[in-house]
Structure formats: structure tokens, C-alpha cells
Design a protein around this ligand. Structure first.
Ligand code: MNH
Ligand code: ZN
Length: 183
């Protein structure tokens, strides 16, 4: 996982719980002297460990933490790469462009990123069906990112996770229903 994702979690934890809390989490879950550099890769287990301890500290479940993190992460990614989302005029366009536009750009900017496969299909105005596949199984993070995108465009969204890799399915299927304000 790229450092930029860890930096997002770091910013969220520091904002909500303070610097001391983050230092403690880091000490427990990362090698001594760890500093996350956005473009560098770090073990996936490290972010899972950090998120797990955030969950324990806040009496939240792991899916709840990943979802809250994903929501925050959208703004974080957007601040780091302000031109990427500017290319989309609506929430729906952005969601339709995750795999073929956003993550294609990401693959140009980062060396060997580990990205999920995301297929979005516009079923009708206000309804997108999303397929998510990744060996990291961060589908709750994807849900959070979708909520973050919705709040960026000021629209209402409701998600229905109808199939999940965590239940043994080969992919996650997420129904994305959004308030159609001109698409
Ligand atoms: Mn994107 C990783 C989904 C928007 C840049 N992205 C991930 C992951 C998910 C994801 C889930 C975690 C890896 C995995 O599941 O295997 N991303 C989304 C969704 C949206 C999205 C659902 C919009 C909604 N992502 C964006 C935007 C940017 C971006 C906007 C940047 C401008 N994403 C990234 C980067 C990674 C990532 C960078 C990290 C890749 C890596 O760790 O190697
Ligand atoms: Zn899932």
C-alpha cells in the first residue's frame, strides 16, 4: 500500500485523537523510525494493524473504521491530486471513471501501485452497479470513498453491498443509488 494512504490515516487519527495517539499506534504497528512517504510502498499488514487498533481504541468494528477512513481518504487524495477529480463534472461521471481514468492516472504517477479492479455500470440515472475485486479486500474502504465523493459533489447516496468477497464471493457487488441532480 502506498504511503499516501497511510498519510491519510495518519491525518485522520491526528485530527480526531491527537499526535500522541498516532505515535502510540505507529510504535505498535510499524518498525522503529517509520515515516510514510506518499510515493513509497509499505506492507499491507501495517495499515490493517493500524486500522485494527483504531477500531479497538474507538470501540468500532473494522468495517466501520475502514468506511470512515475511506470517506476521509477521498478528500485527502483530492487535496494531494487536485487535478484528477476536476476532470469530472458530476458524481456519476467520477464513479464511472474510477478504473479507466482515475486509477490509470494513479498508475502513471506511482511506481507499481496495487489498485483494485472496479467496474461501474450505469443502470439508469441515479443507479450505478459497481463490481469491486482486490486481493486486499478493502471493499469497505471503497464504500467510504464513494460517500466521500458524494459529499464532494453535495449529493445523497445510499449503498447496498449485495455480494461480498468477505463472504466468499469472487467479487463485491455494490449498488450505488444517488440523488439525480442532472446526473
Ligand atoms: Mn482509489 C487505492 C477505490 C478515488 C488514488 N482506491 C484505492 C483502494 C480502493 C480505491 C478501494 C484500496 C486498494 C484496494 O482496494 O486494493 N478510489 C477508489 C474509489 C474511488 C477512488 C471507490 C472514488 C469513489 N483513488 C481515487 C482518487 C484518487 C485515488 C480520486 C487520486 C486522485 N486509490 C488511489 C491511490 C491508491 C488507491 C493512490 C493506493 C494505491 C496503492 O496503495 O498502491
Ligand atoms: Zn465486500
Amino acid at each position: 500500500m502506498k504511503g499516501i494512504i497511510f498519510r491519510g490515516l495518519e491525518a485522520l487519527v491526528i485530527e480526531k485523537c491527537g499526535m500522541a495517539a498516532w505515535d502510540e499506534l505507529l510504535e505498535k504497528n510499524a518498525p522503529d523510525g517509520r515515516v510514510y512517504i506518499s510515493a513509497q510502498s509499505y506492507p499491507d499488514e501495517e495499515i490493517i494493524g493500524l486500522a485494527q487498533d483504531v477500531a479497538t481504541a474507538l470501540s468500532m468494528t473494522m468495517p466501520e473504521v475502514l468506511k470512515a477512513f475511506g470517506e476521509y481518504l477521498f478528500g485527502h487524495l483530492n487535496r494531494s491530486h487536485p487535478t484528477v477529480a476536476k476532470g469530472f463534472n458530476s458524481f456519476a461521471e467520477l464513479i464511472m471513471g474510477i478504473d479507466k481514468v482515475i486509477h490509470v492516472e494513479v498508475a502513471k504517477l506511482y511506481h507499481e501501485p496495487n489498485l483494485p479492479e472496479i467496474e461501474s455500470k450505469l443502470i439508469e440515472d441515479g443507479f450505478i452497479l459497481m463490481h469491486y475485486r482486490s486481493k486486499r479486500q478493502l471493499c469497505m474502504c471503497a464504500e467510504g470513498l464513494i460517500y466521500g465523493a458524494a459529499s464532494h459533489y453535495g449529493i445523497d447516496v445510499s449503498l447496498n453491498h449485495v455480494e461480498c468477497m468477505h463472504d466468499g464471493c469472487d467479487k463485491c457487488v455494490i449498488e450505488v443509488k444517488y440523488e439525480a441532480l442532472n446526473g
